[in-house]
Every structure is written in structure tokens, then in C-alpha cells.
Design a protein around this ligand. Structure first.
Ligand SMILES: *Cc1c(COP(=O)(O)O)cnc(C)c1O
Length: 352
């Protein structure tokens, strides 16, 4: 029935998210969710929100939440934009800030939603190969471009770019918007938010899906100087004035305010990651250094797809990417609880 489709829909190549299996009792290590629950204060805030006021529209500007995020990052509320997951924030950034005459740049191995947004908004792009060791080389991003975007730490590699290198990238690109997607920064890197005051072209995006254990609530945000935030608001208010419902605003605010809780779950994940890296290295895996809540690993004696399928038979789900070919030998494994990682290591001992 595609005769009813618009030309643009026919030409899209949509993003394929990791599987959300309906089976119970799976060890689910495929979509980088946090293995721990959100802060008890979040649940309390959500319960308090379940009342007759749901008949009213939520605050379209999420003022209290933006103030809470601003306080957390020591910026002002007009430097904060919030959206329905950072995917929505990123989508608006592509349209508002990255759609220019020249192609934008991003790594050849990166978050696979970026080329999808380029397709949706008809934005030209050029991918820049990571080095042999899967690192971003700033010198490759210093030519003419319509904007730059990359995750830090990068996905699915987990590799971190130092803040000094990000600063060098910004100094070499004074006229391009640079978007640093910090979906995983709470698991091990220094944030670029501290550079926002000095660089008018820098936009940093964040999500509560991973470090705050709130993937189900759908809240993400961006921090940048007010002129960049205004551009995002112009797109938002041309698309959906109420992207965050009452629950999302209240729950996200409570989470931002419970810093001690979320820092404690992040450190647990980091401790488990270090243990998992050591054990997988023992089994003969090559594991890239990770600053995220997942690891990217390959075994010289085993095919990536076959290993993922064999784990699945043992009720353990990890993510495998067939493309680009360079990463086909790798598995991307979310760091779960200690018990989940033990189950993974036991299965791998039997397989490798
Ligand atoms: C998970 C992820 C996102 C999206 O997060 P949501 O806030 O859940 O939409 C954005 N960028 C990268 C690199 C991610 O891995």
C-alpha cells in the first residue's frame, strides 16, 4: 500500500534499536540499560504525580526541571534544553544546528542514529574513519565542514576523547557547531559542559536513560549557550510543545537532585566493568578500553555473529553489529550486575 506514502518516507532508512525481548529470565546485556533501578526518590515523585492534575497539560517549557539540571551543572536555565529522550534532542539539533550547505562530519563507527537523522532532514555528511585502535583523531576534523557530532565516550567502542582534545577540536572549528553526545560520560569521563561558557558553538547532549537508570521515562537534555538553545526551542515549538509529560518532568527532576544515589550506581557499574574486562581478557578476548557502561570486545578465535547467537541460546543477549565490516568481529556487551556478568563469563568459558 506504499502508493499512499510520501516520497520522503519511501526514501528513509530507519534506525533499528536493540531487541527488547518479551521472554522472561534473559540476561539482557544488549541495550546499555542500567542494571539497577532508579533512585527511590524518583519513584516517590512519580507516585505524587499520579493525581487528577493529569487532566492539565504539563509545563511546556519544563522550567523546574531545567532549573534543576542547570543547578546540577552550574549553568543557567536558559542554557538548558530538555526533550523526550536525548534522541529527540539530537533530532532537533540536526535540524536546528547541523543542516547547512557543507556536509557534517562524524566517525565511521559511531551511534547509528546519526546517518538516520541526516536521511530524514536531508543533511549531507561525510564519515571520518577512526584510527586502527578505534580512536577519534582530532586532526581529521579540522577541514571545512557544516558541523561535527560524536559521542564521548564513543558508541559502540566505549573509547573516550580527552577534554583537551575536544578543546583543540573546538579551537580548530570556530564557525561550526560541535555536538558532543555525552550519553555515557557519567561512567568515566570528564564532561565538556565546563567548556560551554567559552565556546559559543558547543552543544553537549545528555540522557537520563543510562546513568540515571531511567530509559523508560524518556528524558534527555542539551547544554549550550542561550543562542543554541533558542534554535532548539524554535524547532521544538514547531513540532510538539509538550514533549515531556508530567511524570517525566517530576521524575527527572528528582533524579537530578539525588546526586549521591546515581553516583553510587554508576560506581557499581564501573567496578563491575573493570572486573568483567579482566575476566574476558583472561579468556583471550581483546577488549577496547571503555569509559562507558558497556564493553566492545572480540575473540581472535571466534566469529562475532556466531558467538552472539551461541550466547542467545544460553539466554544471554548481547549486541552484534554486522556493519561496518571492521567491527563485525566485535560484541558490544552492556555491563550488568555482578551476577549477570558472572553468567556471561561462565557461558563464554564454555564457548571459547
Ligand atoms: C542511548 C544513546 C542515546 C539516546 O538516549 P535516549 O535519551 O534514551 O534517547 C543517544 N546517544 C547515544 C550515543 C546513545 O548510546
Amino acid at each position: 500500500m506504499s502508493q499512499f506514502w510520501s516520497a520522503v518516507v519511501g526514501g528513509l532508512t530507519p534506525y533499528v534499536p536493540g531487541e527488547q525481548p518479551k521472554l522472561a529470565n534473559l540476561v539482557k546485556l544488549n541495550t546499555n540499560e542500567n542494571p539497577y533501578g532508579p533512585s527511590p526518590r524518583v519513584l516517590e515523585a512519580l507516585r505524587a504525580e499520579a493525581n487528577e492534575r493529569l487532566r492539565l497539560y504539563p509545563d511546556p517549557n519544563s522550567d523546574r526541571l531545567r532549573e534543576g539540571i542547570a543547578a546540577y551543572h552550574d549553568v543557567t536555565a536558559d542554557q538548558v534544553f530538555v526533550g523526550n529522550g536525548s534522541d529527540e534532542v539530537l533530532a532537533h539539533a540536526f535540524l536546528a544546528l547541523l543542516r547547512h550547505d557543507k556536509p557534517i562530519l562524524f566517525p565511521d563507527i559511531t551511534y547509528s542514529f546519526y546517518p538516520v537523522y541526516c536521511g530524514l532532514y536531508e543533511i549531507g555528511y561525510r564519515t571520518v574513519p577512526l584510527t586502527e585502535t578505534f580512536e577519534i583523531r582530532v586532526d581529521d576534523y579540522l577541514g571545512p565542514n557544516g558541523g561535527i557530532i560524536f559521542p564521548n565516550p564513543n558508541a559502540p567502542t566505549g573509547r573516550l576523547l580527552d577534554r583537551a582534545e575536544i578543546e583543540r577540536l573546538l579551537q580548530g572549528n570556530p564557525d561550526s557547531v560541535v555536538v558532543v553526545d555525552e550519553a555515557y560520560i557519567d561512567f568515566g569521563g570528564l564532561s565538556a559542559v565546563g567548556l560551554v561558557a567559552r565556546y559559543p558553538q558547543l552543544l553537549v547532549t545528555r540522557t537520563l536513560s543510562k546513568s540515571h537508570a531511567l530509559a523508560g521515562l524518556r528524558v534527555g537534555y542539551a547544554i549550550g549557550q542561550a543562542h543554541l538553545i533558542e534554535a532548539l526551542n524554535r524547532v521544538k515549538d514547531s513540532f510538539n510543545s509538550y514533549p515531556l509529560d508530567r511524570f517525566a518532568q517530576a521524575g527527572a527532576l528528582a533524579s537530578m537532585q539525588d546526586r549521591a544515589y546515581f553516583e553510587s550506581i554508576c560506581s557499581r557499574v564501573v567496578a563491575t566493568r573493570e572486573r568483567l574486562v579482566a575476566e574476558m581478557t583472561q579468556l583471550g578476548f581483546e577488549v577496547l578500553p571503555s569509559a562507558a557502561n558497556f564493553i566492545f570486545a572480540r575473540h581472535p578465535g571466534h566469529d562475532g555473529a556466531a558467538l552472539a547467537a551461541a550466547l542467545r541460546e544460553r539466554s544471554i543477549v548481547v549486541r552484534h553489529f554486522r556493519q561496518p565490516e571492521r567491527i563485525a568481529p566485535f560484541l558490544r556487551i552492556t555491563v550488568g550486575t555482578d551476577a549477570q556478568c558472572d553468567a556471561l563469563v561462565d557461558a563464554l568459558k564454555a564457548l571459547c
